[in-house]
Structures are given as structure tokens and as C-alpha cells.
Design a protein around this ligand. Sequence first.
Ligand SMILES: Cc1cc2nc3c(=O)[nH]c(=O)nc-3n(C[C@H](O)[C@H](O)[C@H](O)COP(=O)(O)OP(=O)(O)OC[C@H]3O[C@@H](n4cnc5c(N)ncnc54)[C@H](O)[C@@H]3O)c2cc1C
Length: 274
Amino acid sequence: MPASLADALALLKNEPGVWKPFAGGTDLMVLLEAGKLPHRNYINIWGLKELRGIEVTDTQVTLGALTTYTEVQADPVLQSEFPMLCQAASETGGLAIQNRGTLGGNIVNASPAADSPPALLAYDAEIELVSSGGSRWLPYYGFHTGYKQMHLGPDELLARIRLPRNTRGATHYYRKVGTRKAQAISKVCFAAIGRKDDDQISDTRIIVGSVAPIVVRCVETENFLRGRKPDAETIQLACVRMSQEISPIDDIRSTANYRLQVAKNLLADFLLSV
Ligand SMILES: Cc1cc2nc3c(=O)[nH]c(=O)nc-3n(C[C@H](O)[C@H](O)[C@H](O)COP(=O)(O)OP(=O)(O)OC[C@H]3O[C@@H](n4cnc5c(N)ncnc54)[C@H](O)[C@@H]3O)c2cc1C
């Protein structure tokens, strides 16, 4: 248990790959108990105050990587301006997981079925990675490159997540589709934000989880929608585009067909609500 962020980063630098960051432990403990973790050395970052807190300025909200789902739900600015993130937090696990699980852990665990990444991507989040060499901010979009693959060095920690405060007047649409209301892994997770100019769609960000090796931002579909009226023809064509951008599979939780159909239904519902 390092006393400071600097101590933690020095350890990661001096013994690369040896120490596994341990935040809330809600993903790690499951793997550890199942004997699926090769690591035997864990660096407990839970106590690092540098990775905690929610800071609000005129233009952005910055969340420490250790922000829990309970803290997300309690924040008034997140409630009013980033409701999809609060909804994702409220539908993650059960109360115990919400008290202990962190946004940073959800991002770095890199499950394609994770529930907060679609909301964070829809809100155009940026993330800060820190190492003993310094800090770098990068767009969250593009951070995950393949199943459990990401642009995170062995000596780096995810420190903060930043959301631009430009969501007023937009339509926010978030749906987690799972087997139960709580403690369910998503079959499909859909988050989208949209704006209209007169009767045309001016801007959207459309994100779908659990339908590919990583959470997918449907950029082609977004481009197709720009400048169109959200009428029946547009909706039908947009669903075709989105089908080409996602690649759902059959697995223990659902089938490819079901996932595809649900994703299309959610896109249609989102466009109708825009
Ligand atoms: C019963 C149960 C229900 C769940 N339900 C859901 C659900 O509905 N939706 C959902 O999305 N998830 C769910 N999860 C998964 C888990 O709770 C979340 O992914 C959670 O956000 C993980 O955060 P953590 O702090 O506990 O991560 P940890 O387990 O501590 O770490 C996860 C991974 O991230 C790395 N890591 C953590 N923090 C950092 C950091 N700051 N910098 C670098 N690396 C870091 C760790 O090394 C590890 O590889 C559930 C888990 C359980 C056990």
C-alpha cells in the first residue's frame, strides 16, 4: 500500500509488470478466487487521494479514477448534465459493487460488456495516464484497441477522467439490456447523445457495448445521420449502417441475432426520441 501516488508510480517503474494495480478489487477478486490471475503482487491504490474526487469548473468535470459508482450517482452536476453516467452507475452490479467498484477499474478492466464506457464515450471523455515520467491526456475514444488491449504502459496508472460540459439541450439515451435489473452482465448496452437543428439531426454520438471485442462507437452511422430528418427511412438505413459496424456473437449470455435486433431497436428508439 503506497503512501503516495509518486511512491506507487516509482514501484511500477522500477519493477515493470510485477505489480498489478488493485483499486476496488471487484474485477480482480473474482479472477483471483477463480485462480485465473498470474499476478501475485498487488499494489493497493485505493488509498491514493490523488486519484479521488470530482472537480467541476465552468467548462469540464474531472473525476478521479477511483470515483465509485455510488459517488457518481450522488454528484449533482453529473446528475443534471451527465445523466447517462449516473444511470450506468445505478445499473452496475448491486449496492456493494457500487460502493467499491471504480470508473478507472471499469475502463482498465476493458470488458466489452462494461456499462460505464458507453456513457463516457458518448460524452466524449478524455483520460489522463500518469507515470513517474509525467502525465498525458488522450481521448478515451481509441484507448481500447482490441479485446483487453489498450494504450496503457506497464508503468502507468489511469489517474483522471474529464468530461466537457457541453451536453445541455441534447437528447441523452442510455439502455442496459440484461437478464435482471441488478447483478446482470449486459447483453447489449447502448448510449447515445443527439442534437437537432430545426428538424434535422445535427450531431450524434452512438455507442454500443457487448457487440464486439471492444465497446464500439458507430462513427459511420453518426456520419450518415448528420443533416437528415429522423424519419422512418433514415431510421431504417441507419440500422443497416450500424449492423455493419458491430459484430455481435453468440455466447453464454445471448445470441448474435438477439443482440443485433436489440441494438437496432435501441437505435430506432433513440432516433425517435431525438
Ligand atoms: C458481482 C459483480 C457485479 C458486477 N456488475 C457489473 C456491471 O453491472 N457492470 C459493469 O460494468 N461491471 C460490473 N462488474 C465489474 C466491476 O465491478 C467493474 O468493472 C468495476 O468498475 C471495477 O472497478 P474496480 O475498482 O473494482 O477494479 P479492480 O478490480 O480493482 O481492477 C480492475 C482492473 O483495472 C486495473 N486498474 C484499476 N484501477 C486502475 C487504475 N487507476 N490505473 C490502472 N489500472 C487500474 C486493475 O489492475 C485490474 O486489471 C461487476 C463485478 C462483480 C463482482
